[in-house]
Design a protein around this ligand. Sequence first.
Ligand code: TXA
Ligand code: MG
Length: 314
Amino acid sequence: MAEKLLLAGKVVAIPTETVYGLAASAYNFNAVLEIFNIKERPSFDPLIVHAYDLDRTSAFVEAIPTSALLLAKAFWPGPLTLLLPKKKVIPDLVTAGSPCVGVRVPNHVMTLDLLKRLPFPLAAPSANPFGYISPTTPQHVFAQLGNKIDYILDGGACNVGIESTIVSFEKRNPTVLRLGGIAIAALEAVVGPIEIVLQHAPNQPCMPGSLLSHYAPNKKLIMGNLSKLIPKYKAVTDRVGILSFQKQYELIPKKNQVILSPQGCLKEAAQNLFHGLRLLDGLPIDIILAAYLPSHGIGAAINDRLQRAQHDHK
Ligand code: TXA
Ligand code: MG
């Protein structure tokens, strides 16, 4: 079904290991335009293109820099997006006018099977309305976009749970523009020193995914040391939600608390992050208090998501 619809130029939600994507043929201008419309996404925000494997990227990517090749071989299929010079077959709409296209090979068996059978790669942003929390289950997609798309390919809950790490090769050293599922240390083990340039300017044309306000729930979110923050809300504890790493907090009702990983495992915390935020956003509370996680490994990417969620996008 997904294959048939995509061949007909339609938009379909697909599972990946990071988050669900809103996919269409990356070669079809009108299909890509439809993605922007469904997502209500500004056209200055480019889309990532998903390919079956490294070999097939040569159909739409020019020569690949050596360090990009090393990273692709080390981490694909996986949560790593490489910015590479595009061929003409990719419409400028996909890259928002940039000569580079974001490319990745997703690590999900159903989507790889789909990509294998299709004669084109799939352009796909996360399958959420622009600015809101990314979806990590088909139910998340259905809740917000169910009436706008014909089909959701159900691949279960996403195994990584946060978006891909994005790397550019325009500077001397490979440069990370978005923290994500592959940790910086893992990249450095393959290609040596990495620069990190997380851009924060709103409406930043070359890297809109790094808008300061992003991944945002509708509820106000404040990050900090929970033991210090919670007492400030003593008078209204039933209106407070907690997003914590491992611990439960006594003052706040249990039903208002999401614990990302009781074992203290960052991988598990990433898997539960967006679902937890959505749960809290749906509760009858006024504010979400979120803990900082340990910032090593993918903890840094989780903290980055929470910081961006902290900024009111309204
Ligand atoms: O894990 C992921 O990357 C997920 C899954 C579906 O693959 N996709 C995802 O897409 O997070 P999206 O559109 O929500 O975020 C992609 C980010 C955007 O912020 C966009 O600005 C950046 O990647 N991006 C894509 N193509 C780019 C390009 N050519 N140059 C600079 N940034 C680019
Ligand atoms: Mg997104």
